[in-house]
Design a binder for this molecule. Structure first.
Ligand code: ADP
Length: 781
């Protein structure tokens, strides 16, 4: 770099002080050799300047300091002038001039000089005028050149690092304090002033007690911290300190000695006001506590998963619902809680949730600790870190198993209703009892009435029922109040035909609305059949009555000619007297016997026709009483036969006609005695036991018995198994018994007698209904 403005010394200019030049001063002379040796040994350059001529002797060291070889440097002050840094030239000139003018005892100036290679070197230039002329004008000046570049650089670096340190300290967000062994503040940064609201001026030199504000704390921290610091350790604690406005603040104190625990070098304290942070942390901790309590108080099971699907938290409700404690849940995934197929769906849903961060709600299943698979409704959302990055998933679940079951049951009921109401072939109508409108009908109804289903659903009951509106309204009321549930109506079809229907009505609630479900049954055919039957029954009754009347009249009237025959036979016997020979007498006896037999037949027939004809109203009849009466009537026959008749004492009381029942037992016991075996005395037993139809009464004997093939036949009228000369009889007795039993609602039959103590014999069994409860008591008869 060229020096644009070389230093120009004007040695003659200052006149204020005369220069004192000695003679021969203009001569260029090097210093004495031993002086030069000394100067070279200390590494400085030497110069000797003839102020008058400008010639300069530069020592070899001077030249080499600037990188020149000896002899390369022009021995003139010009050379030096061109080498001085332009910025320094004015200053250098002023300092030289001041010395030349005698204002300073010596010349000393530090400035930059350009070396041969172009580098700028710092040189400390020191010298003094050593010769003056007589007028005091300086003639010669000698000086040294010391290279101070290294020192200058070190100074600059030190200055720079000081600046950096200051900048660091002043901009540090924490306070930094340097204290001495007595804990006096030697230095503090701006942050300290801000933390304690104190000007730095007031802090420097003060005891650090000032910023503690509380002597006890100050002493306590000192007692515990300084032994550590003096041992070269680090003290790091939080302590309460006090600001100048009196506010207590929590500070983190980090202290250490400046070097190796040497108190002489002092101690550094880094002080950080953590009041707000601690409050925030406390608030955060409070909030975490609040959230924990809130989570555990909420009755809804809640869980938290990380972004990889691991359960990381769960509330008490979840623990209870799941049947496990949350510790054992941690680290598990949905694959540990749900069937694999559902877990995969759930995992896919979570991936989508983390991607789009839209809250989700869906139904799935989870397995509880007891192994039960529960239906659940998941509600899930993503929670994010500061900055929006997903941190995990919060999920709440609702156990909807009951609801699912209810839904399933409802579905099944609906399907059942579909089956019962719609698919069934029974005719069904759903009727609004208020309006009489047909709210719904099934296809079977549409088919029956002959209307399309839509049209049928549009009709009112009065459109199909033949009753008047008023009568229909009355019947609706009956159905609604359930006074009646069963009705018989006549319904008109679309074709105009009218059908007899039976309607079974029941109340149903549909969406809180009372409707009547009517089950319609077409009974037209049955009605017609009933009518026909009734007609037939009436005809039959009439013809029966006529027949009975005829039998009665006939049998009554038939006895008269028999009596006439009998009378005339008697007259004939009397008038003929002994004229009747034996043959004629035998003929008369046959004729009388025939007439008497005819009369007995007519009497028995009359009795048969009377059974049930002139029936008295039934009343309670104790069977023991009627059996006793029958035995009384049979007394002679029983005695003649030497028969033993055993009657159970506990025969029941039945509802019936006492005359007919007496007749029944008289016929049965009479037959038992009559059809006795010739080789043994007759034994007859009458017993009774309860039976499905009421009572079963047995009449058992040890007589000749009845063969299996004849057991039905014996109940026919005029049916006899023996000739008249063997056993007397008309064959009407058992027919009368059958008619009496059937008139009382029972039936009679012959059975094989059991093999017991009675040999052979017959067993007649009959049933009679139990006495009806509201019948008159027996003793009230
Ligand atoms: P009848 O005794 O007048 O002949 P029934 O009608 O009483 O008429 O009896 C019909 C027939 O049944 C009798 O002729 C008899 O052959 C037979 N019979 C009735 N009761 C008995 C009995 N206890 N043991 C054997 N046979 C009997």
């Amino acid at each position: 770099m060229a020096i644009s403005c070389p230093v120009r010394f004007r040695p003659n200019l200052p006149k204020t002080r005369p220069l004192r030049f000695k003679s021969g001063a203009s001569r260029r002379r090097p210093p004495t050799p031993h002086l030069q040796l000394v100067i070279d040994a200390v590494g400085d350059g030497l110069w000797d300047w003839n102020i008058q001529t400008g010639a300069v002797w530069f020592s070899p060291r001077w030249q080499s300091m600037l990188g020149f070889a000896p002899g390369e440097v022009e021995p003139h002050v010009r050379f030096w002038e061109t080498r001085v840094h332009p910025d320094d030239q004015a200053m250098v000139q002023a300092v030289v001039q001041a010395h030349l003018d005698g204002l300073t005892p010596a010349y000393q100036c530090e400035h930059r000089v350009r070396a041969k290679n172009g580098d700028w070197l710092w040189m400390l230039d020191r010298g003094r005028v050593v010769e003056w002329d007589a007028a005091g004008k300086p003639l010669r000046m000698i000086g040294t050149h010391t290279d101070t570049t290294a020192r200058k650089q070190a100074e600059a670096e030190l200055r720079e690092s000081r600046l950096q340190l200051n900048a660091i300290l002043d901009n540090a967000p924490v306070g930094v304090v340097l204290v001495d062994a007595q804990r006096r503040i030697l230095r503090a940064n701006d942050a300290i002033a801000k933390i304690f609201l104190r000007p730095l001026d007031g802090l420097i030199g003060a005891s650090s007690r000032l910023i503690y504000g509380d002597d006890a704390i100050y002493e306590d921290v000192g007692r515990r911290a300084y032994p550590i610091l003096e041992a070269g350790g680090i003290f790091d604690e939080e302590s309460m300190m006090r600001r100048s406005d009196g506010a207590n603040i929590r500070c983190r104190l980090i202290g250490r000695s400046v070097r190796g625990g040497d108190p002489a070098l002092g101690f550094i304290w880094v002080i950080e006001d953590v009041t707000v942070r601690r409050r925030a942390e406390q608030a955060l901790s409070d909030r975490a506590g609040f959230q924990r309590v809130l989570l555990d108080t909420v009755p809804v099971p809640i869980f938290v998963q990380d972004v990889l699907g691991h359960y990381v938290d769960a509330n008490s409700a979840f623990e209870r619902w799941m049947g496990i404690d949350r510790q054992s849940l941690f680290g598990k995934t949905v694959f540990d809680l749900a069937p694999p197929d559902l877990a995969e769906i759930d995992e896919a849903a979570d991936r989508a949730l983390l991607a789009d961060q839209q809250p989700q709600s869906y139904e799935t299943q989870l397995r509880c600790a007891d192994g039960t698979l529960r239906d659940v409704l998941f509600s899930k959302a993503v929670y994010c870190r500061v900055g929006g990055k997903p941190a995990g998933i919060v999920g709440a679940l609702m156990d909807i198993s009951e609801r699912k079951h209810a839904e399933q049951a409802l579905l099944e009921r609906q399907q059942l209703f579909e089956q019962i109401f719609v698919a069934s072939c029974a005719i069904k109508l759903l009727v609004d009892p208020e309006s009489g409108r047909i709210v719904d009908a099934n296809p079977a109804a549409a088919a029956f009435y002959g209307y399309p289903l839509d049209r049928l659903r549009d009709l009112r009951i009065c459109d199909i029922n033949t009753l008047s509106e008023q009568e229909i309204a009355e019947e609706m009321r009956n159905a609604k109040t359930e006074r009646r549930k069963h009705f018989q109506f006549r319904h008109r079809l679309a074709s105009g035909a009218v059908r007899d229907v039976e309607v079974y009505s029941s109340k149903v609630m549909v969406h809180g609305r009372l409707l009547l479900l009517s089950l319609v049954h077409d009974i037209t055919e049955r009605c017609l059949a009933e009518q026909k039957l009734q007609r037939k029954t009436r005809e039959l009754e009439r013809s029966n009555a006529e027949l009975e009347a005829f039998a009665y009249v006939a049998s009554h009237d038939l006895r008269q000619p028999l009596r006439v025959i009998n009378s005339y036979l008697t007259l004939l016997e009397r008038s003929m007297g002994d004229d009747l020979d034996a043959e004629a007498r035998e003929c008369v006896d046959f004729a009388r016997d025939g007439a008497q037999r005819m009369d007995r037949l007519i009497v028995d027939l009359l009795e048969y026709s009377r059974v049930g004809r002139k029936a008295k109203p039934f009343r309670p009849v104790p069977l023991n009483e009627v059996v006793d009466l029958a035995l009384f009537n049979l007394e002679v026959a029983i005695q003649d036969a030497g028969a033993v008749v055993v009657v159970a004492k506990d025969l029941p009381t039945v509802s019936g006609d006492d005359n007919e029942l007496m007749r029944l037992f008289q016929n049965l016991i009479g037959n038992a005695v009559k059809y006795r075996a010739p080789d043994r005395a007759p034994v007859v037993r009458v017993t009774a036991i309860p039976h499905a139809d009421g009572w079963r009464i047995d009449v058992r004997d040890n007589g000749i018995g009845i063969s299996f093939d004849d057991r039905e036949r014996v109940f026919g009228i005029f049916q006899r198994l023996h000739r008249r000369d063997e056993y007397e009889g008309t064959g009407v007795g058992l027919a009368v018994c059958k008619k009496i039993v059937e008139h009382h609602g029972g039936h009679i039959w012959v059975e094989e007698p059991p093999r017991d103590d009675l040999p052979g014999g017959s067993l007649f069994r009959l049933t009679l209904p139990t006495l009806v409860v509201d019948a008159q008591p027996a003793d009230g008869a």
